[in-house]
Write a protein that binds this ligand. Structure first.
Ligand SMILES: N[C@@H](CCC(=O)N[C@@H](CS)C(=O)NCC(=O)O)C(=O)O
Length: 200
């Protein structure tokens, strides 16, 4: 697995492989180092982005494509339900979440997700599924980004179900062993923000 820290797309793959108990080699690179960009050019010449999963020398890129592949190769435990309609619904919500990721209407999107999860432990039901992994970035970095921007959106009173989901997701054995700590993320995103909006 080729990745960079702390890419939420790369974490999708780390979590899925962790859930399925797959052993793998992780090459964590940096975009300013040419040995890593050479690897990306070789394995993902179209986008030159991470994650890339190389299996038997054959590369696969794009996190959701990789997740579907992982699901086919290592079906246990499943990330998608057996029932074709339920599978289609899971993919519908993944497509919704991917499309709305960069929206300004964060609150509206969170409201829809709040209704979707309701009382369930995970979006996938009793177990973590494809949509949980897709939305994992919320559990990974939403709180950190809120701290940096100084605006709290995902508060327990407004989004009790999503709030609980974040806790459930973060506490899952396969996830909690693969989560960066809040302080490291805080420093990372703060620096990143300052290169975009220099403070006077
Ligand atoms: N749609 C891609 C997005 C991956 C992506 O944006 N990766 C970032 C790291 S978080 C990247 O490799 N950026 C390098 C670049 O844009 O040059 C996926 O789901 O895998």
């Amino acid at each position: 697995l080729l990745g960079v820290w702390p890419s939420p797309y790369v974490y999708r793959i780390i979590w899925a492989l962790g859930l399925k108990g797959v052993k793998y080699e992780y090459i964590q690179g940096e975009f300013h180092k040419s040995d890593f960009t050479d690897l990306l050019l070789k394995y993902n010449p179209v986008y030159k982005k991470v994650p890339v999963l190389v299996l038997d020398g054959k590369p696969i890129a794009e996190s959701m494509v990789i997740l579907e592949y992982i699901e086919e190769i290592w079906p246990q435990p499943p990330l998608l339900p057996k029932d074709p309609y339920k599978r289609a619904m899971a993919r519908f919500w993944v497509s919704f979440a991917e499309e709305k990721k960069a929206t300004k209407e964060v609150r509206e999107v969170l409201k829809v997700l709040e209704e979707t999860i309701g009382d369930k432990k995970y979006f996938g039901g009793e177990e973590i599924g494809l949509l949980d992994i897709n939305l994992g970035w919320i559990a990974l970095s939403f709180g950190v980004i809120e701290d940096i921007v100084g605006v709290k959106v995902l508060v327990v009173d407004d989004f009790p179900c999503l709030f609980t989901w974040i806790q459930n997701f973060r506490e899952h054995q396969a996830i909690k062993t693969n989560l960066p700590n809040h302080q490291d993320l805080f420093v990372y995103y703060k620096q990143k923000r300052e290169t975009i909006i220099p403070s006077s």
